[in-house]
Design a protein around this ligand. Structure first.
Ligand code: BGC
Length: 283
């Protein structure tokens, strides 16, 4: 799929040789597809030992582990539904058994169950809030306990731990037909900032990344035909869809000591989607 009819493919600059996450232990939830997959692979390339959390497709998760190991990295796959307290706690215990501790949590697992508002079922509402918001709460709580118990290990990182919440442009942009999803991301925004305020004195850094339209299975309808792509571009001033690696790079930076004084922010990675593109000509 080409990016845009009129603009060239984006050529990403090559990365420096320094590994930004060397020696760190990272857990990425929902890591076997889309943004989570790119984040997990990029973190492993940057030297982190990575837990690939997933809920379906054992073979896909194991294939990722093999891919990371083949490139000299280290990873394990752990199956757990992030909206389930026991499964989350069991996942953290297993991570500590295998890797000893956690330095970075990427709260990425998320889904959509779209419906016109008056037709939205309680099940659709609860599933989205359960995974996107409660799931982030449950994982962040376990991570914070361990960060506090262990404290700063200066050879590993300046911080006692880092949490990156996967939010969305829809933490600020209302979204008709996706009320459950927008509510979950609005919740993620204030949950993340409130946790950040509470744990900062322990040198635990907590931030969000807010992707715009990224080429993943969750929004395939919005980019997989030329007509849909053209419509989508009306919402993106930068005139290209985002790629998972655009988000992975931002997450790695936020997790690294290069971002040590960045705390409690929502980092929008959206090609300008939050710039009210309708006002380019209107208003
Ligand atoms: C949603 C996508 C959507 C994008 C921009 C994301 O959070 O998951 O489906 O394309 O926001 O609207």
């Amino acid at each position: 799929m080409s990016t845009s009819p009129s603009l060239p493919e984006v050529v990403m600059p090559s990365c420096p040789v320094r590994q930004l996450l060397r020696g760190q232990k990272a857990l990425v939830t929902g890591a076997n597809s889309g943004i989570g997959k790119a984040v997990a692979i990029h973190m492993a390339q940057e030297g982190a030992d990575v837990v690939i959390n997933y809920v379906a497709n054992d073979a896909g998760a194991e294939a990722m582990v093999e891919e990371i190991k083949a490139k000299g990295g280290n990873a394990i796959a752990i199956k757990a539904d992030v909206s389930n307290e026991e499964q989350v706690q069991a996942m953290f215990r297993r991570m500590f058994d295998e890797f000893g501790t956690i330095d970075i949590l990427v709260n990425n697992a998320g889904l959509q169950k779209d419906a016109p508002f008056e037709e939205m079922t309680l099940a659709q509402w609860n599933t989205v809030i359960g995974v996107n918001l409660t799931g982030q709460f449950l994982c962040a709580r376990e991570a914070v306990k361990e960060f506090k118990r262990r404290g700063v290990v200066p050879e590993v990182s300046c911080a006692a731990g880092k949490i990156i919440s996967m939010s969305s442009v829809h933490e600020v942009i209302p979204w008709a037909g996706h009320v459950n999803y927008a509510a979950s991301k609005g919740g993620v925004m204030l949950m993340t900032k409130s946790i950040a305020q509470e744990v900062a004195p322990h040198r635990i850094r907590v931030n969000s990344v807010c992707p715009g339209a990224i080429r993943t299975p969750i929004n395939m309808e919005a980019w997989s035909t030329p007509e849909a792509y053209a419509e989508l571009m009306k919402l993106v001033p930068y005139k290209r869809i985002g790629e998972p690696v655009d988000i992975a790079r931002a997450v790695v930076w936020l997790a690294s000591d290069d971002a040590d004084y960045v705390h409690g922010v929502s980092l929008f990675v959206d090609g300008g989607m939050t710039l009210y593109p309708g006002f380019e000509t209107g208003g």
